[in-house]
Design a protein around this ligand. Sequence first.
Ligand code: HEC
Length: 177
Amino acid sequence: MTRTLTASKLAPSKLMLAAAIGALLAVSACKGPQTAPDGSAGASDAAVDASAIVKQRKANFKDIGKSNKVAKAALESTPPDFATASAAAASIKDDAGKILGLFPEGTGPDAAPKTEALPAVWQKPGEFKAAADKLASAADELKTAADAKDLVATTKAMGDIGGACKGCHEQFRKKDK
Ligand code: HEC
């Protein structure tokens, strides 16, 4: 980062300049979420952003997990609640469409220690996208089956959704500790 400046790296004659730049950086950093104590705005901003994005994507997966449970319970109730399952499927489809955008470059384990995402996400973007697409199409399948009130087809779709979660986690998420 070219914006990163520390006084210790500069000759004493440049300290005044450094102080001025530091003040400027501090002012501009005020617009951002946070700044590091030494005023090195560049790297710390990136770190803050990465962990914020990790929080967002975890929330998105939690939401996906919730909808999956809602759909399962709705289909297991007597009589099956197809309308609720259909709505849950639509929500999963919606959230599945957000997955890729929540994994920008620079939000891997190097930048965000709290992520459970493996470097493979960024090393094999095509396969990661395919895994996200698989979830989206399984959610579509569930919605179609639920709208048709076809219990056999919803059961198959739920299996496909579960397979999509598992398939992606095996390749792209850290194993449970
Ligand atoms: C395209 C890949 C992919 C698919 C599909 C996928 N996941 Fe994940 N999931 C991940 C990754 C990667 C993480 C780790 C995210 C992180 O820690 O930054 C994760 C994390 C999670 C978490 C933990 C969230 C947290 O709070 O830490 C849950 C719960 C979860 N997934 C549930 C599901 C369920 C349920 C499905 C299927 C309905 C699913 N996921 C489908 C890749 C995927």
